[in-house]
Design a protein around this ligand. Structure first.
Ligand SMILES: Nc1ncnc2c1ncn2[C@@H]1O[C@H](COP(=O)(O)OP(=O)(O)OP(=O)(O)O)[C@@H](O)[C@H]1O
Length: 217
């Protein structure tokens, strides 16, 4: 095990019927690391993340997690009949959190406090995604696995997300993000390109997150 490793996938294979999606994928993420997973549509990024968090079993290979995690799935898993505030209280119980201060800070940072009393089924797509992300982050776990977490975010919120990711990294959290956006690659410490079922690490030019993005604290 590498020093401070939080997540380790080795030789992971996964097929759906005859279609082999993952063919020996390896991924290692350490503490304080912001890792990007990129690849074409259908290359298997969500499959890889679902295996990484234990939602899906690989056909073969090993998956090891060395800490609690927060998972933001591509599709928000929320109950349309519950309000934003009710979701936070429900997850407070699930995560056994004494307080919701951090959760409400995230709501403020992502800018959807005005929707605290709105039912999830009546939220806009972007705001629903803000709730999805808040539910993954509110217990402040050491490992975060985020599948296109900013879908539908406006530009300002998108920038705030990267500022937040930079703060998490600075506090030693490990963050894995699936991204489609070329201009986001500069934020990552390592970029892992999923191609033909395997991850190819490409060296990030520079990690800029948290350094002068201009988003407020
Ligand atoms: N439950 C499933 N049953 C059968 N095939 C599946 C299933 N889930 C995914 N697939 C197929 O596996 C391949 C990889 O899907 P996956 O969602 O992991 O890709 P992705 O890289 O996340 O795609 P996108 O960029 O479009 O989100 C696709 O061809 C998809 O159709």
């Amino acid at each position: 095990m590498a020093r401070d490793e939080r997540l380790c996938l080795q030789a992971v294979w996964k097929a759906y019927g005859a279609r082999a999606v993952l063919r020996g994928a390896d991924l290692s993420v350490s503490a304080g690391m912001l890792a990007g997973v990129v690849g074409e549509n259908g290359s298997g990024k969500s499959t890889l993340l679902r295996i990484a968090v234990g939602q899906l079993r690989p056909d073969s290979g090993t998956v090891r997690r060395f800490s609690a995690l927060g998972y933001c799935p591509q599709q928000a898993v929320v109950n349309d009949t519950l309000t934003v505030a009710q979701h936070l209280r429900l997850f407070q119980v699930a995560y056994r959190l004494p307080r919701l201060d951090h959760a409400w800070e995230l709501v403020d940072l992502l800018g959807f406090g005005a929707d605290r009393g709105t039912r999830a089924g009546e939220l806009s797509g972007g705001t629903r995604q803000k709730l999805n992300l808040t539910l993954a982050l509110m217990h402040d776990p050491p490992l975060l696995v985020l599948d296109e977490p900013y879908q539908g975010f406006d530009w300002d919120t998108h920038q705030r997300f990267w500022h937040l990711a930079g703060r998490l990294r600075a506090r030693g959290r490990s963050v894995v993000v699936v991204s489609h956006l070329l201009h986001d690659l500069r934020h990552f410490d390592t970029v892992h390109h999923l191609r033909d079922g395997r991850l190819h690490e490409e060296h990030a030019e520079h990690g800029e997150t948290g350094h002068g993005e201009g988003a407020p604290e």
